[in-house]
Design a protein around this ligand. Structure first.
Ligand code: G1P
Length: 310
């Protein structure tokens, strides 16, 4: 790493949202606790970050979501019970999914004013050093953690980096979209960004996916609390300003992106990870084939034929 490139030790996880897209599942339970097989989304995000060398986690949280912090504790009563029953494997699972004391700090965001506002809430805890932002709904399925891949690019280029992937132009209005100056392999130099543009106004088909490495100067712009797309304080808008001052890259990561904040994305993620898991993959694949056959014959839907449902 060159001398001017400061290491990234902290990750901000904006987890204050209400998860209304997944109601009623999220009525009581935070959406970040929804599980892909045996791991809650928040666990997957933290594990990804740890694989990238992150040591400190800043959860931007709202009241009622404390369970997200408890997920990383090692509860004594549970450990005692597992030890008494000699459940060695389970003990390891609990330990591996816990964080050392003090690794999580919290900042509160009681009103949902936008992603930019959520990140701004972590300002004091981030301090004057580069940091990562992870949106736990957005997962990337790959052997090498997406943030670790980005960290390699960061150690080469420094500055600011967002994860990026190609999307259908018709979906541009769901994402922050990149205006690209040049490309070099997986890394693109970014000259502008537009948050949730109409398809015809998107500067490219490259979208921001929920991973960022940012320099602390982003807070100079987040401090302004400017409202943007959807009347929200957008992280993208603050980054638009930062692009004028500092190097800014997009990194086309390797791996399958899965939007677990939507019903379809969540189902896809469960299927993809199930097929990765040796102990269940054969049975799951067989079941899926059976279901697919029935689906194509119009027999898979409870209480109605495919035609009747259409
Ligand atoms: C946020 C960001 C957007 C980004 C997206 C990735 O939008 O504002 O720029 O492309 O995450 O998932 P949200 O999905 O919170 O509306």
């Amino acid at each position: 790493m060159s001398e001017q490139i400061k290491p990234v030790r902290k990750a901000v996880l904006p987890v204050a949202g209400l998860g209304t897209r997944l109601l009623p599942a999220t009525k009581v339970m935070p959406k970040e606790m929804l599980t892909i097989l045996d791991r809650p989304l928040i666990q997957m995000a933290v594990e990804e970050a740890r694989q990238a060398g992150i040591e400190e986690f800043i959860f931007v949280i709202s009241s009622g979501k404390d369970v997200l912090i408890r997920q990383f504790e090692c509860p004594q009563a549970l450990m005692d019970m597992l030890e008494k029953r000699n459940k060695v494997e389970q003990i390891e699972k609990v330990k591996a999914s816990s964080l050392p004391e003090g690794a999580i700090q919290t900042a509160s965001q009681e009103v949902a004013l936008g992603l930019g506002h959520a990140v701004w809430c972590a300002k004091e805890l981030v301090g004057d050093e580069p940091f990562a932002v992870i949106l736990p709904d957005d997962t990337v399925r790959h052997e090498r953690s997406c943030l670790a891949q980005m960290m390699d690019a960061y150690n080469q280029h420094g500055g600011n980096i967002v994860a990026t992937c190609e999307v259908d132009m018709k979906d541009a209005s769901k994402y922050g979209m990149l205006d690209i100056a040049s490309r070099d392999g997986q890394t693109v130099s970014v000259k502008g960004l537009v948050e949730k543009p109409k398809a015809e106004e998107a500067p490219s088909n490259m979208a921001i996916f929920g991973r960022y490495i940012l320099q602390p100067e982003i807070f100079n712009y987040l401090d302004r609390h400017e409202k943007g797309a959807g009347g929200e304080i957008q992280l993208t808008d603050a980054m638009v300003h930062l692009i004028q001052d500092q190097p800014f890259h997009g990194f086309a990561f390797e791996g399958e992106r899965l939007d677990c904040g939507s019903e379809v994305g969540f189902v896809k993620a469960n299927i993809a990870y199930a097929l990765d898991k040796d102990s269940i993959s054969d049975e799951v694949a067989e079941y899926m084939m059976e279901k697919l056959r029935a689906y194509h014959e119009g027999k898979a839907m409870l209480g109605k034929s495919k035609k009747a449902a259409a």
